[in-house]
Design a protein around this ligand. Structure first.
Ligand SMILES: Nc1ncnc2c1ncn2[C@@H]1O[C@H](COP(=O)(O)OP(=O)(O)OP(=O)(O)O)[C@@H](O)[C@H]1O
Length: 337
């Protein structure tokens, strides 16, 4: 496995990403920072030459005003954003931390300069509104298309949790659930280049609709280290294989518990199982996330640890760099690994 940071550059801190996003009015993408030089792509489609130059000037100035940035390089493109590239996050069984991983992956990818959005495809048990602290919001619609809901992380998102009443049980049959998912994915994602889709656990109708109709660029599989979860993860991998959706790699969650009192590390579910399984299946291993009470608390409060700089978020940032590296390599045709 290569170090994704080589191609992804240095991490873009949240303040810089937000400043560039606001100054460029959502038209900046592909932010990279290397040796103090910030480079980015500016979508100037629909602007006249004076408007284009004024925007480029404002963006350059905003970058230079940021501490540590010595120069700003802008590549202009007149392409209005196409449909976003989809990365699906899946698991063979429930409760392995798939939604937690999906949210923190999205946050960390945004910090790497990607314009990220999220869809909660867990139609029956949506959890993204809680994890991104956007409960109680209702998306508006423009014509027949939904407008994604904003949140404090700057990640536009849509979830059935925003459409159903709080606590309302959603008891749809497969095709209806597939149509509901279609509404979320076909929303107005203008300005979003990468859509992280949190799939429901397992390999049922909703997952099938998703991958047949919307063809993700790749999938990330989350598993805990114990054998039973790994057997289910292997089933999810073969599901994606059959649908010809490349598996970007596997993540092992809840491995290695650090006791908050004595610091002793124990492995309630074992450790290393997912890495061994990935190796056996010829897949990349994207990283290991320890079982950590601080992670659960922060998640429950709608504060994804990947947004901060403390160690709880570090595994997610490393995983995001590998995913960014994979996506960049897909786009440019460079070898992965
Ligand atoms: N590494 C971890 N350390 C501690 N708690 C975790 C960790 N990962 C996830 N959790 C907690 O485990 C619970 C389940 O996580 P999550 O909802 O992300 O799982 P899921 O696989 O998406 O579940 P579902 O099947 O319901 O979609 C949550 O309370 C979450 O905060």
């Amino acid at each position: 496995m290569s170090d994704g940071s080589r191609d992804a550059g240095q991490a873009i801190d949240a303040a810089l990403a937000e400043r560039m996003d606001m100054t460029a009015q959502g038209r900046a993408s592909g932010l990279r920072l290397r040796d103090g030089v910030l480079s980015l792509v500016l979508d100037v489609g629909g602007l006249d030459p004076a408007g284009r130059d004024a925007l480029a000037e404002k963006v350059t100035q905003a970058g230079r005003d940021h501490p540590g940035i010595t120069d700003v390089r802008i590549a202009m493109t007149a392409e209005r954003s196409a449909a976003p590239v989809i990365v699906a996050v899946g698991s063979g069984k429930g409760g392995v931390g798939k939604s937690t991983l999906a949210v923190n992956l999205a946050v960390a990818l945004k910090r790497l300069g990607k314009r990220v959005g999220m869809v909660d495809a867990d139609i029956y048990g949506p959890s993204l509104p809680r994890l991104l602290a956007s409960e109680g919001q209702r998306p508006e619609a423009e014509g027949k298309r939904l407008i994604p809901v904003p949140n404090a992380q700057g990640i536009p998102m849509l979830s059935m949790g925003h459409l159903a009443k709080p606590g309302q049980a959603i008891a749809w049959r497969g095709p209806m659930a597939g149509n509901a998912l279609g509404q979320l994915i076909d929303a107005d994602w203008r300005g979003t280049e990468l859509l992280i889709v949190d799939l429901p656990p397992g390999t049922g109708d909703v997952q099938l609709t998703m991958i047949q109709r919307y063809k993700p660029a790749g999938a990330v599989i989350v598993s805990t280290p114990q054998d039973l979860a790994l057997i289910d993860a292997a089933r999810a991998i073969s599901f994606f294989d059959q649908a010809k959706v490349p598996v970007i790699g596997m993540v092992e969650n809840m491995a290695g518990y650090v006791c908050p009192h004595c610091g002793e590390v124990s492995d309630p579910f074992g450790s290393g199982g997912a890495e061994a399984e990935a190796a056996a299946m010829g897949l990349a291993f994207l990283g290991r996330v320890p079982l950590d009470i601080a992670l659960r608390r922060a998640s429950d409060e709608g504060q994804p640890p990947a947004a901060g700089d403390d160690p709880v978020g570090a595994p997610f940032r490393a995983i995001a760099e590998r995913v960014a590296h994979w996506l960049d390599a897909q786009r440019t045709g460079a070898p992965i690994g």
